[in-house]
Design a protein around this ligand. Structure first.
Ligand code: ATP
Ligand code: MG
Length: 668
């Protein structure tokens, strides 16, 4: 077939073309959101193949989600189908690191490891619990989740058990257990996996073994490197040291590597990812073609302006790499900022606005509601169901289909059947007692997965509390059937409905209309990020929350609506404040603006006395804090819920004389 080079370069600006046409070798595209990085990397693949530089089968493109990989393959197939690119482009491999490693490992395993069979471990929890037991570490579910997340972090940072203690000191990291104990848990865990007849590999092992196979077996490495010759990575700012090691093993001495990324969209540092490889790319490959893109093709100038302001307030090293985005599209509506009295009203308000946009011709599939944590989706699922608007939940199933929610519902049902219960036990205690063994601890565990499970249970508990508040005479049986009814009345998710997604799952995607919902302080930024104090120029958890907000804002093509609610339940106390990130955008002098600025202040009135009604939000925040210090929170007193926490805090400090207040009867 005759390939016309102009077709492939259609719809690319000069900088994008430079990246597409750069000779084989290292290429780095550093650019903000919506500037066409993904388009560029896809076209570069098409160009490399169509121009005969490499065969389609020699290209390996890596992305961070299965969906992004699928999208890249689709775009390549489209280019092939329209004749813009060689037909073979449709067969290029675009995979996640894990999927690529799994395939390679299957192929090389017999030669590298031999006869021993292996199996992918889908749940680490039981093995970690066993490892913890053997190391005499705590085995309560929260602790085991902490330990699991810490093992994942250590492995993605290439920290072996023996090096862990030193790494903790070096990184000033809060270990979930004394480092020598954690080291033993980690060692036990690694041993456990290889002690049976079938070797168990976790997700990180897939990467580790792949890298090791190539590093240690020259024959295998030669064969692999002969087969794959050109590598491309999208969203490179979120690569972990372990993934980088795999990439290096793939490359060997070669340098045919294209990376694209935006350091200001680094949102996975908590898993061990780091933008350092992106930022240091041209130091490592001095001959690299480096391209910067600043034209934003995705969003209206109004959205681009807001995005620039959001990220303009960022601090730290990454922020120094920022380039102002220049909007290319025609003007659109101004972003809307809307405050609601409570969460249900907020969700209904969003549903009403979606209906209006639908009438104006925006299809449901071109709209998204984005939020900080998956547990927030419940209230929007309900509002959309009531408004008969089709929706889909991305990066997770609908609230009632989540494993932990299903299990917890099962436990509640069982409890209801058992309970012919003197009914004098308060319902909230009863629900809590059932949910605690499922992981509803007092504090959010670290690690995204564990935290999300915990948050689902908190949301379920809240839902139950709301139902009880509406009908105070509800029995446990009635409560459970109310909950079941809610679960059953959910419309089944459809493919082309409104997307509900967490901000993390929205990375790289775009919609005509985006709702950033639940923007209260403590949710975005999330409460557990607030403990990190902003040192001058230091990377902090708050800065990662700001980048998450930036990722959210930049998903919108045209309509952007930012919402928050002052109270949770209907008619509830308005203890919440708008996110501190909103302060610069709210009308000067308005109460919302004052509240949002107050959230960021060091000693706002609300934080002065945590037991004061106005301090209830802080009270909520404290619940999610296990080991904050009084100075971190800047409060004169701590409220704690269990004796263990009390002891832990007392041991750690309080040097500055904060009072310790234990509320009896809660949580223990
Ligand atoms: P993110 O940082 O969010 O991943 P990105 O830099 O990868 O964004 P793309 O998704 O590639 O950006 O592009 C954003 C939008 O702009 C897409 O709809 C894409 O089709 C469009 N686009 C990219 N480049 C151009 C261009 N030169 N002309 C017109 N539209 C473009
Ligand atoms: Mg992209």
């Amino acid at each position: 077939t005759l390939i016309s080079a102009t077709d492939l370069l259609d719809g690319l600006d000069p900088e994008q073309r430079a990246a597409v046409l750069a000779p084989r070798g290292p290429v780095c595209v550093l650019a903000g959101a919506g500037t066409g990085k993904t388009r560029t990397v896809t076209r570069r693949i098409a160009h490399l193949v169509s121009s005969g530089h490499v065969a389609a089968g020699q290209v390996l493109a890596v992305t961070f989600t299965t969906r992004a990989a699928g999208e890249m393959r689709t775009r390549l197939r489209e280019l092939a189908a329209t004749g813009a690119a060689d037909p073979s482009c449709g067969t290029v491999q675009a995979r996640t690191f894990h999927a690529a490693a799994m395939r390679q490992l299957r192929y090389f395993w017999p030669r590298v490891i031999g006869d021993t069979s292996w199996q992918l471990m889908d749940r680490k929890f039981p093995a970690v619990r066993q490892a913890a037991q053997a190391a005499r570490a705590s085995t309560d579910p929260d602790s085991v989740r902490d330990l699991t997340a810490e093992i994942e972090w250590a492995k993605s940072r290439l920290i072996a058990p023996d090096d862990y203690a030193a790494a903790v000191v070096e990184e000033g990291r809060d270990s979930p257990a004394p480092p020598e104990i954690f080291t033993r848990v980690y060692q036990n865990y690694e041993q456990l996996k290889v002690s049976g007849d079938t070797m168990m590999l976790d997700f990180d092992d897939l990467l580790m073994f792949t890298a090791a196979a190539l590093e240690e077996n020259a024959v295998v490495a030669d064969e692999f490197r002969d087969r794959y010759r050109s590598f491309l990575v999208d969203e490179y700012q979120d690569v972990t040291p372990l993934q980088q090691r795999v990439l290096d093993a793939w490359l060997g001495e070669r340098d045919d590597l294209t990376v694209v990324g935006d350091a200001n969209q680094t949102i996975y540092s908590f898993t061990g990812a780091t933008p350092a490889y992106l930022l240091n790319f041209s130091r490592r490959f001095p001959e690299a073609t480096v391209v910067r893109l600043v034209r934003d093709y995705r969003s209206t100038p109004q959205v681009v302006g807001l995005a620039n302001d959001v990220i303009g307030a960022a601090r730290g090293r990454i922020a120094g790499m920022r380039l102002e985005l220049v909007g290319q599209r025609a003007n659109g509506p101004d972003p809307e900022f809307t405050q609601f009295d409570d969460e249900a009203t907020e969700a209904a308000g969003i549903a009403a606005r979606i209906k209006k946009l639908q009438k104006r011709g925006v299809p449901a599939s071109e709209m998204a509601i984005l939020f900080r944590i998956n547990a927030q989706s419940e209230v929007y699922e309900q509002a959309l169901t009531e408004a008969k608007i089709p929706f889909q939940v991305r990066g997770g199933e609908g609230f009632f289909s989540r494993t932990e929610v299903k299990q917890a519902m099962g436990a509640l049902r069982a409890a209801a059947e058992r309970t012919d219960l003197p009914e004098d036990v308060p319902m909230d205690r009863l629900v809590r007692a059932v949910l605690v063994p499922h992981g509803l601890g007092d504090a959010a565990p670290p690690g995204q997965q564990a935290r999300e499970r915990w948050e689902s249970l908190v949301a379920l508990e809240r839902l139950a509390a709301d139902l009880v508040a509406m009908q105070p005479t509800l029995t446990i049986k009635e409560l459970v059937s109310e909950l079941q009814e809610r679960a059953a009345s959910r419309q089944p998710p459809v493919v082309d409905g409104v997307t509900l997604a967490s901000l993390h799952a929205a990375k790289g995607l775009e919609w005509d209309a985006v709702f950033l919902a639940g923007l209260t302080d403590g949710t975005l930024p999330i409460s557990h990020a607030l403990g990190d104090r902003d040192g001058t120029g230091a990377e902090t958890a708050i800065e990662e929350e700001r980048r998450l907000f930036y990722v959210g804002v930049t998903r919108a093509r045209e309509h952007l609506t930012l919402t928050w609610a002052l109270a949770r339940g209907e008619g509830g106390r308005k203890t919440r404040k708008p996110s501190r990130f909103l302060a610069p955008f709210l009308p000067a002098g308005s109460s919302a603006q004052r509240a949002a600025s107050g959230s960021a202040g060091k000693r706002s009135k609300a934080t002065r006395n945590p037991l004061d009604p106005a301090g209830e939000e802080l009270f909520e925040r404290l619940k999610t804090w296990r080991l904050a210090t009084a100075r971190d929170l800047d409060v004169p007193a701590f409220v704690v819920f269990t004796d263990a926490t009390l002891t832990a805090i007392a041991e750690k400090q309080p040097a500055d004389g904060a009072a310790l207040v234990k509320i009896p009867g809660i949580g223990a």
